[in-house]
Design a protein around this ligand. Sequence first.
Ligand code: FES
Length: 445
Amino acid sequence: MTSRPTIDGLAGPLTADEIDAVRKPYRAASLLPGRAYHDAAIHDFEREVWFRRDWMIVGREEDAPDRGTYFLAQIGDEPLVIARGRDGALRAFYNVCRHRGTAVVEEACGKAVRFQCPYHSWIYDLEGNLVRAKHTEDLEDFDREDFGLVSVRLETWQGFVFVCLSPETPPLLDWLGDLPPHLERFDFARLRVAHTETYEVGSNLKFIAENYSECYHCPGIHPQLNKLTPYDVGGDFAPTGPWQGGWMELVDDAETMAVDGGHRNGRPVIPGVTAVDERRIYYYLIWPLTFISIHPDYLLVHRLEPAGPDHTRIVCQWLFEPTTIAAPDFDPSDAIAFWDLTNRQDWHVCELQQRGTRSRSWTAGRYSNQEPSVHAFDLMAVDRYANDGVNSQRTVRLRYDVPPPLDGDSFEGGIAAARLPRATPAGSTRNVARTKAKSGTTAAR
Ligand code: FES
């Protein structure tokens, strides 16, 4: 067994053999070892290294819309408070009093003119400055300016609030790689949450992310979804950043993902949707804990909050245009019911997988030819476990009905303009027939 480099003093938790098994071309690769989903030490490593080093989505800008509004967040064991200051800027702080370490803010969200520690009443302003600390006026070498709440890096993109606990990580837009230009036709910042569901799932975060990354399971697990978007009609994008994504085609007269046939029931498309987009559902995973699913008329966001190696809280939100929400006949219940059903179907198999892989009889399985994107997610994971500077090449299926090249190397780096959805006017294309074209090419879009 070869020893691996350490990250922040922590040794990587997988062996060289385990890492190398995943890093093979996907047709020869094995899945992550079972202990990656069950071992508390590996979960601790992820909390200490993955979640501390990478940019993490903790909410939406609308969660603190006005001056003085705030919400709490948690990255691993780190309690944070996100607050909009008197200048209108969002800031993030460790929610830790600089006196004796008490959590300063207790309510999950709210509005305040200042934050007062509940223990000895030290007072911080909305910008984190310590403005009052009784009985400290005669202390030696004590300056209130040095005892403000400790700040955390915060940036926003498309209305999502990202925080990063590491000072060394590149700025958000650099870290996201080619995702921002890839989605620049959309304006998700203007969308608003119409509904939130929270699920407590007895499964490891990686099982849930792998599940989101493939539709191999859809015919059996999601007959309702598979009827609207058959599992083998779509394709993947080739990312260079910490994300992966693809799309599935709506067939027949389906207009969106909703119960009773997938109709929008009068809901308009969200801004930026092209004619091509209008016939697709896009699925994007932003490493490591957020999924965004773009529908013609709404955005679905899943945000994972790992609570242990076998327990993940999942916050799922349905976002629409404000004018759509304000319409007197607005009723998103068809979209909510569809995804609540689909979510529960997914969580059920993820929990069964958690249960089965606990067995010592299970050894790392193999990827089917429908699962290169599961392999792609696992490669992002092992690169971070290994911490050896390798950014593994990910195989991309440009079309789901055509197997990837035998070399497993259809990843070309970056996203060619020809592979982005074309900006043709909405409504100018016809519905895709259920009988898909049989073509030997891999680049047809
Ligand atoms: Fe906050 Fe004492 S711990 S004021």
